[in-house]
Structures are given as C-alpha cells and as structure tokens.
Ligand binder design. Structure first.
Ligand SMILES: C[S@@+](CC[C@H](N)C(=O)[O-])C[C@H]1O[C@@H](n2cnc3c(N)ncnc32)[C@H](O)[C@@H]1O
Length: 314
C-alpha cells in the first residue's frame, strides 16, 4: 500500500465515507485484484484509451524518441504492469528505469519479469503514493529525468490539483540548479458522450467489477462489512465538468460498519470513487506551460481521441 501508514489510510478513508457526499480516492481501486481488473479493462472493445495511445506511440515512435533523446532516467508514474514503458525501451534506451506504484506487489512482479528481459537497464522500483508528495529517494538519478505518465491518469486529479502535481514534477527536473529533463504524458481528449459512457460502463461488466472490488479492498483495509451485492456500478461522462465520474450506488437501504465508523446509506445513495477529467489539447498544453514545462510537442490519432505530449522542463 505504499509508504503512508495504515492508521493514516484508515483515517482518510473513514473521513471520506462519512462526508456528506461519500467518496474515496481513486488510488484505492488498486489492490492486486484491482490492478488485474484494470489490465482486463484495457482489453475491452469499449475501452479505447489504451489501444489509441499505443497506436500513437507505434506510428510516431521515431519522432517521439527524437524529441525525448536517449539515456533518460525514465520515471514511470503509476507503472502498473510496466508494459507501456517496456515498449519504449529499445527506442529510448533509458539509463535507469524507475517504476512507481501504490499497488506494490503487482508492480514488483512485473518489474522482476522485465529486469530479466532487459538486464542492461538499471531498474529501481518504488512503492509509494505520489498523490500528496513526490519524495524520490537518492537512488533515483537526477540527470535527465523523464516523467512518463501515460493512460491519462492525470485525469484523476481536478485540473487545479493536476497543475500542482505538474509543478511538483517540474521541481523534480532540476540538475545543479538548472532545468533538466521533462515529461512524456498521455491525455484523453474530450469527445462524444456515448463513446465515453461506454468506455467506463462496458457491456461485460469488467469496469463494474473493478469499481465494486473497491468494497472488498475497504473490507480488508478498514475491517468494514460492505456486502458487494448491495451495490451497483455507475460510470458516466459529466459533460458540464468534462469528467467521467464513477460511483458505487446502494441497491437498497444499507448500514455499513467499519473500525471507527458506521453509516447508513439510503437506496440510490452513492460513494464517488473516481473522476477522470478529459481535456482539449490547448487546455492541457496550457496547464503544462503554467507548471513550467515548454517546447511541447504533441501527437494524436487520426480521430483526435487521445494525445501524447512531450514537454521540456524550462
Ligand atoms: C489507470 S492505471 C494505469 C496503469 C498504466 N500506467 C497504464 O497506463 O496502463 C493507474 C496506475 O497508477 C497507480 N496509482 C494510482 N494512484 C496512485 C498513487 N496515488 N500513487 C502511486 N500509484 C498510483 C495504480 O495502482 C495503477 O497501477
């Protein structure tokens, strides 16, 4: 679960569940099963982001590699199964690969496999929650840091939080007092509501399982008594806020108890479990510039559904 201590995690979760509109942070969707379910989501016909982002990297890899350059300290934020970074290794030839993830056990298994495949690359996996602070240990090289943040995971932050986060990344791209390094990031773009709704509420119900698995995670972490069968998944695009929202909705009146708390949820009442903000290219590049990145280069797919962006710390 990363570095945050268990009592602080329980306090954070409990406060969210007791808030007037109950919520939990999206990072809690990722225990080992959550990470595996996310891998399955990436295979779904409705979930276009992974496939579309991969196609952008395939088509524009030489351009992207030229923009990024070789020998970077490749820091993979929310690395998951590390597959996306691994596909860049040959073109980018990083000096060091630093996967970071809160779902530590899942990541460690992936890195062990990858290290065997690429013994020449120094790999330093870090289990941490990067949402509130980014304290990288000294083993992470300072030279030419490239923060790799694919999958539009930055959309889990509000635009204001995203700006703060990008500023933290920019601060970490500093070598002997000079700006050094940059960011390579994948951004999901605003599009038709029906496409977005389907991507987060698929016909097979894999996204529903991913969302509902949060309750099992809460049962373990909080010693709670959620019965998964009392809840249903809701996932939809909120056009006004330009964000996907995921919720868990009580199917009937239900009382839930956990260590240090209890709450009665009425039928239809929801726990807000994730946001995923969608951007226009201009709005996102503007955010990067406000954070201290520049010389942005962007690549999109022919339908303009997704964008990959490389920007330098300036
Ligand atoms: C949507 S998945 C993306 C995985 C992979 N990078 C991809 O693009 O397919 C988000 C990943 O970030 C991790 N994660 C989410 N919130 C995190 C946090 N606050 N700190 C560290 N890792 C986090 C999750 O465990 C998960 O592996």
């Amino acid at each position: 679960m990363g570095q945050q201590d268990a009592a602080a995690i329980r306090a954070e979760l409990s406060a969210g569940l007791l808030a007037p509109h109950a919520f939990t942070a999206p990072k809690y969707l990722y225990d080992v099963l959550g990470s595996k379910l996310f891998e399955a989501i990436c295979e779904l016909p409705e979930y276009y982001p992974t496939r579309t982002e991969a196609s952008i990297f395939d088509v524009h890899l030489s351009d992207i590699a030229e923009s990024v350059g070789r020998g970077a300290t490749l820091i993979d934020l929310g690395a998951g199964n590390c597959a996306k970074a691994a596909r860049l290794f040959l073109a980018l030839q990083p000096a060091q690969y630093v996967p970071i993830d809160i779902s530590v056990d899942f990541m460690h298994e992936a890195v062990a496999r990858l290290q065997q495949q690429f013994p020449q690359i120094e790999m330093t996996a870090i289990g941490m929650d990067f949402s509130s602070a980014l304290d990288l240990p000294d083993v992470v090289h300072r030279k030419k840091r490239l923060f790799f943040y694919p999958g539009s995971s930055i959309g889990n932050f509000t635009p204001h939080e995203a700006l703060d986060f990008l500023k933290r990344l920019r601060k970490a791209c500093q070598l002997n007092g000079d700006a050094d390094g940059g960011i390579l990031i994948g951004i999901d773009l605003v599009k038709d509501k029906a496409l977005l709704d389907a991507a987060y509420d698929d016909a097979l119900g894999v996204t529903a399982s991913f969302n509902l698995n949060l309750l099992q995670h809460l049962n373990r972490v909080l010693n709670a008594d959620f019965d998964v069968r009392n809840w249903r998944h809701r996932g939809f695009f909120n056009v006004e806020s330009s964000r996907i929202e995921m919720h868990l909705e009580a199917r009937s009146d239900v009382t839930v108890r956990w260590e240090g708390g209890e709450r009665r949820f009425e039928r239809g009442e929801r726990i807000h479990t994730e946001n995923s903000y969608k951007y226009t290219p201009e709005k996102f590049v503007d955010l990067l510039e406000q954070a201290g990145f520049g010389e942005s280069r962007t690549w999109t797919d022919p339908r303009g559904w997704f964008m990959v962006c490389h920007a330098l710390a300036i």
